[in-house]
Design a protein around this ligand. Structure first.
Ligand SMILES: C[S@@+](CC[C@H](N)C(=O)[O-])C[C@H]1O[C@@H](n2cnc3c(N)ncnc32)[C@H](O)[C@@H]1O
Length: 318
């Protein structure tokens, strides 16, 4: 059925441009024809007790994921890709990297892993009993060896664009690709925290620019992008922005509404997002005054305290 006012359908047909299914992803997937989707991209629940998930035993969680992944593999085109973006499951302070325990599920379906992309960000919870987590991964699988991958669409600036061959038959010619370099498998992209322009009330959105890179390199114009755990609609936004089609399912009514609203805004050009080409903010380069610690000034209270302590230690009896 299409909501004619918004151009966003709520059930799947191949002729649509955007589909937000308000319900369980397995029900949406049932309506999707086999081999019709070019890219499945998602960030599933991590089973860590967020407001939209019930914590369950890891084995049960993996069985549920396996059911969804099998359906995603069925709907995937022979040239298509599946990108599963995950972090850690935490149990009594011990972490289980979800990509490691999910890998056998993808492999058992005959899918081939192409990259394990590290998504590094600088902000998040501060841990006290382990190092604070500052990356998650995107595990990328394809159905066949004949998969679509257009790296030219996502090249990034070279480190030394003016570098030339200094000897051999190409001496004097530029040695790097003028279109830029392959972005590699370590992506530094800010996560959506409180001061991010894309932040909504959802606790774990991914940034649009992260998905744009996948959409541009793994799909062609008009291709279908599907996100079984849609949240606020980020994957559909990235797809629509680049002339692809997008579909997804979301069980929570408030996030269905948010996804629809954001996709509408994308369609009418009013959605604000962080541009994919913007470098990560560097407070030193930006001349931010907060980068100078006040206690490093000679006469600061902290420095005097430090001096006093040092003097005391020096004369303390051994
Ligand atoms: C990690 S969040 C995804 C956030 C999304 N990447 C975004 O950018 O907004 C996972 C989402 O999956 C939804 N969800 C959980 N189980 C689901 C299911 N069986 N079918 C569809 N959605 C589900 C949750 O409500 C939650 O919003």
């Amino acid at each position: 059925m299409i909501n004619r006012k918004s151009n966003i359908a709520d059930s799947f047909t191949l002729s649509e441009r955007a589909v937000v299914y308000p319900g369980d992803c397995l029900d949406l997937l049932r309506d999707v024809p086999s081999e019709s989707v070019q890219l499945v991209v998602t960030s599933p629940p991590y089973n860590i007790g967020k407001e939209y998930e019930k914590r369950m035993h890891l084995d049960r969680y993996l069985r549920q994921q396996a059911e969804v992944i099998a359906q995603c593999a069925r709907v995937l085109s022979p040239t298509g890709s599946i990108c599963w973006q995950v972090g850690n499951y935490v149990d009594g302070g011990a972490i289980v990297p979800l990509d490691a325990v999910l890998y056998p599920i993808f492999a058992s379906l005959g899918l081939k892993m192409r990259n394990r992309i590290i998504w590094h960000f600088e902000h998040g919870l501060h841990c006290t009993r382990r190092f604070s987590g500052r990356y998650e991964t995107i595990i990328w699988f394809t159905k066949t060896d004949n998969y679509l991958f257009n790296v030219d669409a996502v090249r990034v600036p070279q480190k030394y664009p003016g570098k030339k061959y200094f000897k051999g038959p190409k001496a004097g010619q530029y040695s790097c690709n003028p279109l830029g370099k392959n972005p590699g498998d370590l992506w530094v992209i800010p996560n959506v925290k409180s001061n991010h322009v894309e932040k909504t009330s959802h606790p774990c959105q991914f940034p649009v620019e992260l998905i744009e890179r996948l959409v541009l390199s793994m799909t062609g114009e008009g291709g279908w992008v599907l996100d079984p755990f849609l949240g606020t609609g980020t994957s559909i936004i990235a797809a629509i922005r680049h002339g692809r089609r997008g579909a997804g399912a979301e069980t929570q009514t408030k996030y269905v509404a948010l996804a629809r609203q954001r996709i509408e805004q994308e369609m009418n050009g009013t959605l604000q997002t962080r541009p994919m080409t913007r470098p990560v903010y560097d407070p030193l380069e930006a001349g931010n005054s907060l980068t100078v610690a006040p206690w490093t000034k000679k006469d600061s209270a902290q420095m005097l305290l430090l001096e006093k302590t040092k003097r005391k230690q020096r004369y303390a009896p051994k």
